[in-house]
Structures are given as structure tokens and as C-alpha cells.
Design a protein around this ligand. Structure first.
Ligand SMILES: *Cc1c(COP(=O)(O)O)cnc(C)c1O
Length: 369
């Protein structure tokens, strides 16, 4: 029987916990507590504990978080920052609008930035590496840290997709000087709109970021010594996120369960390359996305669509270096091949086991034609 399984059903990001969310909104709004109130500081405290970070700052979105991080470290014109080509445009644009030059490099089999390619891209203008903790998986940060130390480079992480994932027991977002997390609705911890987080382990950086988030104003004195912006996380969103954070462990458990079912059945199909399964050594993955590589990818996508299954090709099918009109000229063969084959299967907390088995059966049917 044909089913209808959307890739991601946005309305359910509200209807699934509507009762609690409406109570939270009513409670916060009735007190007129809209901007920078207790709910925001409570959430910042609780998520710091969850991540194991010293300081977390709620901001308007993850892109702002990266821009604030680059201002915070004083990125200068012409400074080069090495990024993965398999990332959102935001990773690159945050560097560019801060005066720097984003330098995309190639990826490994798991789609994450390739350490050898990082090393090959280092010039005397390189100041930092900005690895993306893609699809809910943290990079091998030992390798990246080693390269950074050897060449005297900073690390700022794009952990927009990485909340709760770890490498050797350490959370995404805590390896570098700063990191971002995104609360875009389809992210694992989603708000009812835009939202983001800046993570840092140093108190002076935290205080700088806090001023930059609020027009450059010092919280206590109101004094202004540098230009800032308005990038505050709404108090209502913070209250909703804090409630959802308390259930986040279960959310991740379920995603890892879905990944393990996909892995159990799809690993038998030779035409597919799967992401690493949940138990894979040093990595604890949270599966923001389940991104596979598939032979005849476009036909598979169409076949799944005809069977009511929604899929998505990440970043509209374009890694950063394909944006030629933005001036990128790199030749990155692993990523080129990856982007001919990659496709994301439904991975979220709204789908049932029946849905997952239907998706698996349909894929099996496609390759046995
Ligand atoms: C979602 C995402 C962002 C941007 O997050 P916003 O909160 O929408 O600004 C940046 N980088 C990556 C890897 C993302 O997935």
C-alpha cells in the first residue's frame, strides 16, 4: 500500500507538543517577558551543562553566531579560513562578511572535512580552520587540533548540526575557541522560528560576544566601546527550547535507533554507501541527517517520490566550491563525486517504524528492478 512520508513535516514541529508550547508562550507573554529575561539565562545555563561548555549565549540564529565569533577574534581583511566544501553557505558567508576569505577544501568518505586537504590548503594567510560537524557527526578533532597546533591556527566550529554529538566523549562545539549551534525548526533541537547559540570556553570571549549581541552595550554599565548588533534569542523561543532540551536525550535515542534500522537493511545493497552506524568507535553521532550515497541517485529520488517518500539533496545539490559566481575556483574531486550521488532519507522523530520499513522496502525494490 502506498504511503505518504514527507521528508520533514514542519507543522509537526508545533503540533507534537502544542499543549506544552502554548502554556509556555502564555506564561512568558502574560508576564511581558519578551527580551533577555530569566528564561533565556536559564536556557543558556542548562544547555551549557548539557554540552559541557563553560559559556553559552543565545543569539538570533547560527549564522549570526559565526559572524559574532569572527568579530570576537578580530578576523582581518584577507585572513583565510579553511572550511569544508560540504557545508551550508552560511559557514562561508559569515567569514566573507567579516572581511575574511573562506577557502573550501575536500571531504572524506563520511562527507566531513578531510584533514589532508586542510593541510594542503594552508598558506601564510591562513588564520583558522572552521570544520562543520555535519549531519550530527563530530569530525576527528584530534587530527584537526594537531594541524591547528602545528601551524598556529585557531579553530571555530560550525556545530549548527552537531548538538549532542561527541568525539572521544567531548561535545561538538567545545573543541575550538567558539562554535555555533542552530535552532532552525528542522534542526534536532528546533524553535518555532530562527534561533542560535554561541559556545565558548573563555570568559573574556563570552563577555565580548555578549556585548556584540546587544548593540555593543555592556550589560552592567551600559557603556559602549565597540560597535555591536542586535542578535538576541527571543525569550519565548528560549523558554520553548529549554522545555525541549529536557527531552533531547530521548530524541537522540530515537534518531540513533532509526539509523541502526536503516543500517541493518540498507548495508546489504551494494549500490549504496551509508553513513557510519551508531556504534562506531570514537564518534557518538546524533543523526541530524541520514545522508547516503546512491548509484542512479536521480532515478532513486524519483522512484521514492512516486512511492510517496520525500527525500532531499543537501544544500540544493551544491557544495560551496560550486558557487563559481562567488569566485570559488577550487577543484575538489571527492566532493564532486559525492554530490552526484548524495541524497538524504527521512530522519526525524515524526516517522514510525512502519514508515522506515516501507522506505527500506521501496529502496530494495528499486535496486532489484
Ligand atoms: C543550519 C545551518 C547553518 C545556519 O543556521 P541558521 O540558524 O539558519 O543561521 C549553518 N551551518 C550549517 C552546517 C547548518 O546546517
Amino acid at each position: 500500500m502506498k504511503k505518504s512520508i514527507p521528508f520533514y513535516e514542519y507543522s509537526r514541529a508545533y503540533t507534537d507538543d502544542k499543549k506544552e508550547v502554548l502554556e509556555i508562550i502564555d506564561n512568558v507573554a502574560s508576564r511581558g517577558a519578551f527580551i533577555m529575561q530569566k528564561e533565556l539565562t536559564d536556557f543558556e545555563y542548562n544547555i551549557s551543562k548539557f554540552i559541557g561548555a563553560e559559556h553559552c549565549l543565545g543569539v538570533a540564529n547560527a549564522t549570526d553566531s559565526l559572524e559574532i565569533a569572527w568579530s570576537m577574534i578580530g578576523l582581518k581583511k584577507g585572513d583565510e579560513v579553511i572550511i569544508s566544501t560540504h557545508t551550508m553557505l552560511a559557514t562561508a558567508s559569515a567569514i566573507k562578511v567579516s572581511g575574511g576569505e573562506p577557502i573550501p577544501v575536500d571531504i572524506g568518505q563520511d562527507g566531513l572535512i578531510d584533514p589532508i586537504s586542510i593541510e594542503n590548503a594552508i598558506t601564510n594567510r591562513t588564520v583558522a580552520i572552521c570544520p562543520t560537524q555535519l549531519n550530527g557527526r563530530t569530525c576527528n578533532m584530534d587530527r584537526i587540533q594537531e594541524i591547528a597546533n602545528k601551524h598556529g591556527l585557531l579553530i571555530i566550529e560550525d556545530a549548527a548540526q552537531g548538538l549532542g554529538s561527541t568525539f572521544r566523549g567531548k561535545s561538538a562545539g567545545t573543541f575550538g575557541l567558539a562554535a555555533c549551534i542552530s535552532f532552525y525548526p528542522a534542526k534536532i533541537l528546533g524553535s518555532l522560528g530562527d534561533g542560535g547559540l554561541l559556545i565558548t570556553n573563555r570568559v573574556d570571549d563570552f563577555n565580548t560576544a555578549k556585548r556584540l549581541r546587544d548593540h555593543g552595550r555592556d550589560e552592567k554599565t551600559g557603556n559602549v566601546t565597540e560597535w555591536g548588533r542586535n542578535s538576541r534569542l527571543d525569550n519565548i523561543q528560549a523558554a520553548i527550547l529549554d522545555f525541549r532540551l529536557s527531552k533531547y536525550g530521548e530524541v537522540i535515542r530515537r534518531r540513533r535507533e532509526i539509523a541502526s534500522i536503516y543500517n541493518q537493511y540498507l548495508s546489504k545493497i551494494n549500490e549504496l554507501t551509508l553513513p557510519p552506524p551508531p556504534d562506531n568507535g570514537d564518534h557518538f553521532d546524533v543523526y541530524q541527517n541520514y545522508e547516503i550515497q546512491a548509484e542512479n541517485r536521480d532515478d532513486l529520488k524519483q522512484f521514492l517520490n512516486e512511492h510517496g517518500i520525500g527525500t532531499l539533496i543537501q544544500w540544493g545539490g551544491k557544495p560551496i566550491h560550486h558557487f563559481r559566481q562567488l569566485g570559488f575556483q577550487q577543484n575538489l574531486p571527492n566532493a564532486d563525486r559525492f554530490f552526484e550521488r548524495c541524497i538524504m532519507l527521512p530522519m526525524n522523530n515524526f516517522i514510525s517504524d512502519d514508515d522506515i520499513y516501507y522506505i527500506i522496502e521501496t529502496i530494495v525494490k528499486f535496486y532489484s528492478k
